[in-house]
Each structure stands twice: as C-alpha cells, then as structure tokens.
Design a protein around this ligand. Structure first.
Ligand code: NDP
Length: 317
C-alpha cells in the first residue's frame, strides 16, 4: 500500500483541466489531494495547438503550456502529483466508507474516503483495416504531434466537428493540400472554425463521403473514398490521414462499480458531480458528452472538490 497505510481524503484520478482544478480546490481546503497523472499526463489538451477560448488568456496559450501551468499551480498548494496510472478501483457502498484504488502493480494500492474521477476521454477509431497497423506510419490522431512529417505533402482529415476543423486549420499551414472528408453534407463544427478554414485556399472539403480503404503495404500511401450521394468512388494519394471523429469516455475501470449511460459516460446527479457511490465524484469529459470544453471541465473539477469537501464534513472527517 502506498503512503504507509494512511487513509486519504482525496484521490484524484486523471490530470486534465478537471483533475488539476479539483486538486487546487481540494488542496486549498486542506484535503491533501493526491493526483494520479494517468496514461496521458495533462490529458488531451497537451495535443491541442492553441487555446483561444479559455477565459483570462487574451492572446491565447498553447495546450501544452496551459497544462504545465495547471501542474505548477497545483504543486504550489502541495498537491501530491504521482506519475502512475490507476488500473482498477473497489468502491464502498457505505457513507464514509473507504475506497481502494489499485495502481499499475496490482499489489500497489491507495485507500481513500473521497475519490474524484477525471479520466477524460480518448479519440474514436474508424474501425477499418490497416488503421491501427499504420498508426505512426501515416495514420494519426494529432496534427500538432505529427503534422511536421507531412510538410509540403498532401494529407486528409476525417470528421466534421470542431476537432477535425482544428486539425485542418493547423495542417493547412504546413501541408500542400488538405482534404477534409465529411460523412454528412454539412459541417457540425462551430461557425468561427468554419470561417477560418474558408479563408485558406489549399483545403478541399469532400462532403457525403466515407473512407472505404486505406492503401499501402508498409505505410499509408492513400485512401479510397466513396461518395454516397453521387455513388462514385475515388482515390486520394496522401501521406497522412488524421482521424478526428469524436471521443469515447475513459470509464472501463469503473463500469462494474458506477452507473454509466449508454455511451459509457459516468452519470452524475443533475447540477452536481455526485455519482451513485458515496464519496465518489466525477468531473470533466468523463461525465460530459455535451460541452467538453477546457473551461467546463475545469468548472466541474472545482465542483467535484467542493462536493467532496461537503461530503467529508457530513461524514465528520
Ligand atoms: P464531435 O462529436 O463534435 O464531431 C465528430 C465528427 O466526426 C462529426 O462530424 C461526426 O459526424 C464525425 N464522425 C463520427 N464518427 C464517424 C465515423 N465513423 N466516420 C466518419 N465520420 C464520423 O467531436 P469533436 O471531437 O469534433 O468535438 C467534441 C467536442 O469538443 C465538441 O463539443 C466540440 O465543440 C469540442 N471541441 C471544441 C474545440 C474548440 O472549442 N476549439 C476544439 C475541439 C473540440 P456526424 O455529424 O455525422 O455524427
């Protein structure tokens, strides 16, 4: 057991804006939080080029720098930051009960009265042949990470939401040509992002289209596309395919313990972060299929810490 058999008051699982916001509030309330960073320290924002819509940053900030600032701020209030992942939990049904959080090595665990789950979500796959095989060999989920390899080349992005348009915007600055493949005949993305891409002349949007095949033997060399409106097939020779078709909540380790909705998001009591287990709270994308913004994640992270603080005082801790 970590921390010499000490029972914790606040263990936070996940280190995106929700996790760090919970940590800062919990630390300032003397709950001595421990945060487990998880498989992607800093969460998905670390792969975002620029955050321009977070309140208080008039010139914007890179996702990586933003998350680094969150970490520094949490450290300032003595949050224990541990670079490990949680692989399982055993949650108590009793009010004031003790939950157990298992780490990478099965015999290693932490016990806590309060848990804040902030494990976020991960990108969805297309589920077509060669997609996984060519990850890092032309197929990518992150333009800011891999765009550089496609400098002055032709690439494609699939998806019609904000994520896809952000990828397109970034790639259009460094690539020769960017195809955006959209399965509907309109974009779901916000008007401001649509406006940004309409200003670039090396972007071509292929509506009503889906990828039917990834071409290449050892790495991606192209894709086959089918347009279901005019029933035509075509081939695009590209060096990179960027997938941006939405997300799946990271709730696998909680599915036996917590109530989840049909898409796998943790169900919380309306207007709060309270789950169906006493002392367990959920914040950020893991409980939010709708808003999914850095600022809403941070907001619910704050709520989770306040909900936990209230819970502990009701349990006389
Ligand atoms: P969304 O769920 O909003 O969009 C997913 C897109 O991918 C849709 O166009 C969807 O099409 C398409 N899609 C889904 N599955 C497939 C598939 N199998 N094949 C082809 N296309 C598919 O996800 P995002 O990641 O774009 O955004 C999630 C949330 O995060 C949103 O709320 C968004 O506003 C937010 N966000 C905000 C940003 C910002 O403010 N700068 C940046 C990035 C994300 P269909 O419409 O047909 O389902």
């Amino acid at each position: 057991m970590l921390f010499k058999k000490q029972i914790q008051k606040c263990v936070i699982i996940g280190s995106g804006p929700a996790g760090y916001s919970s940590a800062i509030y919990a630390a300032r309330a003397d709950l001595n939080p421990i945060i487990f960073l998880g498989f992607q320290p800093g969460g998905q924002l670390t792969t975002t080029t620029r955050i321009d819509n977070y309140l208080g940053f008039p010139s914007g900030i890179s996702g990586k720098n933003f998350m680094e600032n969150c970490k520094i701020q949490a450290e300032r209030f003595n949050t224990k930051i541990i670079n490990k992942s949680v692989i399982n939990v055993s949650l108590s049904n009793k009010k004031g009960g003790i939950h157990r959080i298992f780490l990478e090595k099965k015999e290693e665990y932490v016990e806590s009265i309060g848990i804040i789950i902030a494990t976020g979500s991960r990108p969805k796959f297309l589920e077509i042949e060669k997609e996984k095989k060519f990850m890092g060999l032309g197929v990518s989920f992150c333009a800011t990470c891999d765009g550089f390899f496609h400098k002055e080349k032709d690439v494609a992005v699939i998806g019609g939401g904000d994520s896809a348009l952000e990828e397109v915007n970034y790639l259009a600055k460094i690539c020769k040509k960017v195809y955006l493949i959209v399965r509907k005949d309109y974009l779901k993305a916000s008007k401001i992002l649509q406006y940004h891409i309409s200003k670039k002349n090396n972007i071509s949007i292929l509506f009503s289209s889906k990828i039917t095949e990834i071409i290449g033997d050892n790495f991606l060399e192209g894709i086959k596309i089918f347009n279901h409106k005019n029933k035509t097939s075509s081939t695009l020779l590209i060096s990179g395919l960027f997938i941006a078709i939405g997300h799946i909540p990271n709730t696998e380790i909680f599915k036996k313990e917590l109530d989840l909705d049909e898409r796998g998001y943790i169900i919380v009591k309306k207007g709060s972060t309270i789950t169906n287990k006493p002392g367990v709270f959920a914040s950020g994308d893991v409980q939010d299929p709708n808003y999914r913004q850095a600022i809403t994640s941070a907001g619910t992270g704050c709520m989770a810490a306040l909900d936990l603080e209230r819970y502990l005082s009701l349990c006389n801790y």
